[in-house]
Design a protein around this ligand. Structure first.
Ligand code: ADP
Length: 406
């Protein structure tokens, strides 16, 4: 059997997976991807080949996938059925690497304990990310597992970018601006020299606009600033999260409105953003198609904030050479890209309407001072690359494998 790398991305209600084959020259080729979704509610397993053919599409009994750990068992059993051997390694998306972890790392029991200590920094995401790691570590201690962090790519930020104006003790406790979507930005930074060599060494803003939205300032391919901060709540408005919000509003909701912490958390993560603002939907496709003025207002607010944050990031970069749109909205919504560019005409941004309509990759007009691109992101491929690199590094002395075996 060809050597393969399995990539896992476990959330609260779904586990996404993608299997990559290691082709000659260590080129990674996707073989299939899928997910088990509706964990704990109405679990469903779905997977399709890279070519599009469906491999599995079936409901899963609730008791088999009542939580992330058991759902992982369902995924493993299905993989055992269709694979003629074990993957050589498993790469995981882990939201938080804390202040210390920038680079991906082979996981053993000690590393897992460190990653568990970051649960208070990302209570909604980190436990779900770690659940499959723990179960695989127990069941397959010999299997190399690698953690790749959403925060990692931003760890080279200067201290000014990472700080809040809060007392020193809180900084020491890890109350810092970490930034997220790092695997997406790292992938885009790696694509720039191939697709946009004239800006790759310059000052570039990348807008990751998906169900979560953030923007990253790159200088010569390295992150120097992010719109997301301590959590993935900050910065741009998103499908259901408000983005930047006066802390006084949170105090008001707690005191005058009598919300408790759990209600507030639910509200801020699930009821705000485009969904809350429009009262219609969190999905940009639905909002673009709606004649309701509330949909237009929500999208106007969205593009206004993207343009505003561009100014904020351009100040951190002291100028701007390039701008990249990526993720679900960024890759697929020419109308949103046009609205953003229109608001940024003062910065020297003009789009070529035809190139924008066909999604580029270069979508700026010939005379545009800022070069604008659409580049599809691939966080799973980035994880697979990191995992393969650690697998290869470990091979001569078997170091990474014995580390994984803990
Ligand atoms: P995630 O991977 O974070 O779940 P995606 O990057 O796939 O999210 O982005 C999902 C979002 O992209 C959807 O909520 C939808 O608003 C938006 N989207 C997807 N396709 C289109 C499209 N053709 N036009 C506008 N928006 C789109």
């Amino acid at each position: 059997m060809a050597e393969t790398i399995l990539v896992l991305n476990a959330g609260s209600s779904s586990i996404k997976f993608e299997l990559f084959e290691v082709a000659p020259g260590d080129r990674l080729a996707s073989r299939f991807s899928g997910q088990i979704e509706g964990i704990g509610v109405r679990p469903h397993l779905y997977a399709r080949k890279a070519g599009g053919e469906t491999l599995v599409d079936r409901a899963v009994a609730l008791e088999e996938a009542a939580d992330v750990e058991r759902a992982m068992g369902v995924v493993e059993a299905w993989l055992d059925e269709i694979l003629d051997g074990s993957p050589a390694a498993v790469g995981h998306r882990v939201v938080h690497g804390g202040p210390v972890h920038a680079a991906p790392i082979a996981i053993d029991a000690r590393v897992l304990t460190t990653l568990e200590s970051f649960v208070p920094l990302a209570p909604l995401h980190q436990p779900n990310n770690l659940a499959p790691i723990r179960s695989l570590l127990r069941r397959r201690p010999d299997l190399l597992q690698v953690a790749c962090f959403d925060t990692g790519f931003h760890r080279g930020h200067g201290e000014l970018a990472d700080r809040f104006a809060l007392p020193e003790a809180l900084w020491e406790e890890g109350i810092r601006r970490y930034g997220f979507h790092g695997l997406s930005y790292e992938y885009i930074a790696a694509r720039l020299p191939e697709l946009a060599p004239e800006i790759a060494q310059g000052r570039v803003i990348v807008a990751h606009l998906g169900s979560g939205c953030s923007m990253c300032a790159l200088r010569a391919g390295r992150s120097v600033e992010s719109t997301m901060g301590f959590t993935a709540l900050d910065g741009l408005p998103m499908g259901t999260r408000p983005g930047q919000l006066d802390a006084g509003v949170v105090l008001h909701l707690l005191t005058a409105k009598g919300m408790d912490a759990a209600a507030l958390e639910r509200f801020l993560y699930h009821e705000c953003g485009l969904k809350g603002l429009s009262g219609i939907s969190n999905d940009v496709r639905v909002l673009l198609a709606s004649p309701d003025p509330r949909a237009k207002r929500a999208l106007d607010f969205f593009t206004y904030k993207i343009a505003q944050m561009t100014g904020w990031l351009a100040a951190a970069l002291e100028g701007l050479d390039g701008f990249v749109f990526t993720a679900g909205i960024g890759e697929n919504a020419p109308t949103i890209r046009e609205a953003v560019a229109h608001r940024l005409a003062w910065l020297g941004m003009t789009l070529d309407p035809h190139a924008n309509a066909v999604h580029g990759p270069l979508i700026s007009a010939a005379g545009s001072r800022v070069r604008v691109y659409v580049i599809p992101t691939d966080e799973e491929l980035m994880i697979a690359r990191h995992t393969l690199a650690i697998l290869r590094r470990g091979r001569p002395g078997g170091a990474a494998r014995s580390t994984a075996a803990g």
